[in-house]
Design a protein around this ligand. Structure first.
Ligand SMILES: [Zn+2]
Length: 188
Protein backbone atom coordinates (compact mmCIF):
# COMPACT_ATOMS: atom_id res chain seq x y z
CA UNK A 1 0.00 0.00 0.00
CA UNK A 2 1.29 3.48 -0.85
CA UNK A 3 2.08 5.53 2.25
CA UNK A 4 0.67 8.65 0.58
CA UNK A 5 -2.31 7.85 -1.62
CA UNK A 6 -3.09 4.50 0.05
CA UNK A 7 -3.54 2.71 -3.26
CA UNK A 8 -2.52 -0.94 -3.48
CA UNK A 9 0.92 -1.20 -5.02
CA UNK A 10 3.66 -3.83 -5.28
CA UNK A 11 5.45 -4.21 -1.92
CA UNK A 12 8.82 -3.86 -3.65
CA UNK A 13 7.87 -0.69 -5.56
CA UNK A 14 10.16 2.23 -4.68
CA UNK A 15 7.90 4.76 -6.36
CA UNK A 16 4.10 4.68 -6.33
CA UNK A 17 2.78 4.27 -9.91
CA UNK A 18 -0.31 6.35 -9.03
CA UNK A 19 0.94 9.41 -7.15
CA UNK A 20 4.61 9.05 -8.24
CA UNK A 21 5.77 9.56 -4.66
CA UNK A 22 8.89 7.83 -3.41
CA UNK A 23 8.11 5.12 -0.85
CA UNK A 24 10.04 5.24 2.43
CA UNK A 25 12.82 2.68 2.39
CA UNK A 26 13.95 0.27 5.08
CA UNK A 27 17.18 2.30 5.65
CA UNK A 28 15.24 4.88 7.67
CA UNK A 29 14.02 2.17 10.05
CA UNK A 30 17.49 0.70 10.42
CA UNK A 31 18.92 4.13 11.33
CA UNK A 32 16.09 4.80 13.82
CA UNK A 33 16.68 1.35 15.29
CA UNK A 34 20.40 2.00 15.76
CA UNK A 35 19.73 5.41 17.34
CA UNK A 36 17.21 3.81 19.73
CA UNK A 37 19.73 1.12 20.70
CA UNK A 38 22.38 3.79 21.42
CA UNK A 39 19.95 5.80 23.57
CA UNK A 40 18.88 2.73 25.55
CA UNK A 41 22.48 1.58 25.97
CA UNK A 42 23.63 5.00 27.22
CA UNK A 43 20.75 5.22 29.73
CA UNK A 44 21.54 1.71 30.95
CA UNK A 45 25.23 2.64 31.09
CA UNK A 46 24.70 5.76 33.19
CA UNK A 47 22.34 3.84 35.52
CA UNK A 48 25.11 1.28 35.94
CA UNK A 49 27.59 4.09 36.73
CA UNK A 50 25.21 5.60 39.31
CA UNK A 51 24.70 2.19 40.91
CA UNK A 52 28.45 1.61 41.06
CA UNK A 53 29.00 5.05 42.62
CA UNK A 54 26.21 4.39 45.17
CA UNK A 55 27.67 1.04 46.18
CA UNK A 56 31.27 2.24 46.27
CA UNK A 57 32.85 2.26 49.75
CA UNK A 58 33.12 5.90 50.82
CA UNK A 59 33.57 5.69 54.59
CA UNK A 60 36.88 4.73 56.10
CA UNK A 61 38.64 4.67 59.45
CA UNK A 62 41.68 6.84 60.09
CA UNK A 63 44.05 3.93 59.41
CA UNK A 64 42.50 2.68 56.17
CA UNK A 65 43.79 3.41 52.70
CA UNK A 66 41.01 4.60 50.41
CA UNK A 67 41.07 4.31 46.65
CA UNK A 68 39.18 6.66 44.36
CA UNK A 69 39.65 6.71 40.57
CA UNK A 70 42.84 4.63 40.86
CA UNK A 71 44.39 7.09 43.32
CA UNK A 72 45.15 6.09 46.91
CA UNK A 73 44.32 8.47 49.75
CA UNK A 74 45.34 7.91 53.35
CA UNK A 75 46.01 9.66 56.63
CA UNK A 76 49.60 9.35 57.79
CA UNK A 77 49.21 11.20 61.08
CA UNK A 78 46.76 13.21 63.18
CA UNK A 79 48.10 15.51 65.87
CA UNK A 80 46.01 17.60 68.26
CA UNK A 81 48.03 20.47 69.62
CA UNK A 82 47.98 24.00 70.99
CA UNK A 83 50.67 24.80 68.43
CA UNK A 84 54.32 25.72 68.92
CA UNK A 85 53.96 29.45 68.36
CA UNK A 86 53.96 31.84 71.30
CA UNK A 87 51.90 34.35 69.37
CA UNK A 88 49.46 32.36 67.27
CA UNK A 89 47.22 30.22 69.46
CA UNK A 90 43.89 28.51 68.94
CA UNK A 91 40.78 30.20 70.38
CA UNK A 92 39.96 29.52 74.05
CA UNK A 93 38.62 25.96 74.32
CA UNK A 94 39.91 25.02 70.86
CA UNK A 95 42.90 23.07 69.57
CA UNK A 96 44.67 22.64 66.28
CA UNK A 97 44.03 19.36 64.49
CA UNK A 98 46.97 18.73 62.20
CA UNK A 99 46.34 16.03 59.61
CA UNK A 100 49.06 14.64 57.38
CA UNK A 101 47.47 13.22 54.24
CA UNK A 102 49.12 11.09 51.60
CA UNK A 103 48.14 10.87 47.93
CA UNK A 104 49.56 8.13 45.72
CA UNK A 105 48.76 8.26 42.05
CA UNK A 106 48.47 4.59 41.12
CA UNK A 107 46.63 5.38 37.88
CA UNK A 108 48.42 5.45 34.54
CA UNK A 109 47.88 9.14 33.92
CA UNK A 110 48.77 12.48 35.47
CA UNK A 111 46.35 13.84 38.11
CA UNK A 112 45.78 17.22 39.74
CA UNK A 113 45.46 17.57 43.49
CA UNK A 114 44.26 20.50 45.55
CA UNK A 115 44.33 21.04 49.31
CA UNK A 116 40.88 22.66 48.99
CA UNK A 117 39.38 19.27 48.08
CA UNK A 118 39.86 18.30 51.75
CA UNK A 119 37.25 19.45 54.26
CA UNK A 120 36.71 18.64 57.91
CA UNK A 121 33.30 18.21 59.51
CA UNK A 122 32.90 18.31 63.30
CA UNK A 123 30.31 16.93 65.73
CA UNK A 124 28.12 20.01 65.17
CA UNK A 125 28.06 19.27 61.43
CA UNK A 126 30.14 22.32 60.58
CA UNK A 127 32.25 21.66 57.54
CA UNK A 128 35.25 23.78 56.67
CA UNK A 129 38.32 23.97 54.51
CA UNK A 130 41.62 23.98 56.39
CA UNK A 131 42.69 27.03 58.38
CA UNK A 132 45.59 29.36 57.84
CA UNK A 133 47.67 28.18 60.79
CA UNK A 134 50.90 26.49 59.73
CA UNK A 135 53.49 25.28 62.19
CA UNK A 136 57.03 26.23 61.27
CA UNK A 137 58.40 22.90 60.12
CA UNK A 138 55.29 21.35 58.57
CA UNK A 139 55.14 20.74 54.83
CA UNK A 140 51.72 22.08 53.90
CA UNK A 141 49.71 20.32 51.21
CA UNK A 142 49.07 22.80 48.43
CA UNK A 143 47.99 22.10 44.88
CA UNK A 144 49.75 20.70 41.88
CA UNK A 145 50.02 17.71 39.65
CA UNK A 146 51.19 14.16 40.24
CA UNK A 147 52.66 12.09 37.46
CA UNK A 148 51.56 8.46 37.08
CA UNK A 149 53.20 6.62 39.97
CA UNK A 150 53.85 9.88 41.84
CA UNK A 151 53.08 10.49 45.51
CA UNK A 152 52.92 13.39 47.94
CA UNK A 153 52.40 13.98 51.65
CA UNK A 154 51.33 17.21 53.22
CA UNK A 155 49.86 18.70 56.38
CA UNK A 156 46.53 20.49 56.70
CA UNK A 157 45.44 22.18 59.94
CA UNK A 158 41.96 22.82 61.31
CA UNK A 159 40.89 24.52 64.53
CA UNK A 160 38.33 22.44 66.44
CA UNK A 161 36.81 22.32 69.94
CA UNK A 162 39.09 20.47 72.38
CA UNK A 163 38.11 16.81 72.66
CA UNK A 164 35.65 16.67 69.73
CA UNK A 165 35.50 12.91 69.13
CA UNK A 166 33.40 13.03 65.97
CA UNK A 167 35.74 14.67 63.50
CA UNK A 168 35.65 13.44 59.94
CA UNK A 169 38.02 14.33 57.14
CA UNK A 170 36.33 14.45 53.76
CA UNK A 171 37.84 14.31 50.32
CA UNK A 172 35.85 15.79 47.44
CA UNK A 173 36.48 15.00 43.82
CA UNK A 174 35.76 18.71 43.33
CA UNK A 175 34.99 20.61 46.52
CA UNK A 176 33.57 23.58 44.59
CA UNK A 177 30.84 21.66 42.79
CA UNK A 178 30.22 18.36 44.55
CA UNK A 179 27.47 18.17 47.18
CA UNK A 180 28.58 14.71 48.29
CA UNK A 181 32.02 13.73 49.44
CA UNK A 182 33.94 11.09 47.52
CA UNK A 183 35.75 9.72 50.58
CA UNK A 184 35.41 10.21 54.31
CA UNK A 185 37.82 9.27 57.10
CA UNK A 186 36.55 9.10 60.68
CA UNK A 187 39.30 10.42 62.93
CA UNK A 188 40.10 8.47 66.11
ZN1 LIG B 1 0.66 6.63 -4.21
Amino acid sequence: MCKYCRSEIDKKAKVCPNCKKKQPGIAKWIILGIVAIFIIASIAGSNEENKKEKNRKKDFTQSEIATFKDVKYSIVNVEKTQGSSQFVKPKEGYEYVKVTVKIENTSDEKISYNALDWQMVNSDGQEDAFGTYTADDDVTLSSGELDAGGKIEGVLVWEQKIGDNNLRLRFYNNALFDKKYSLQFKLN
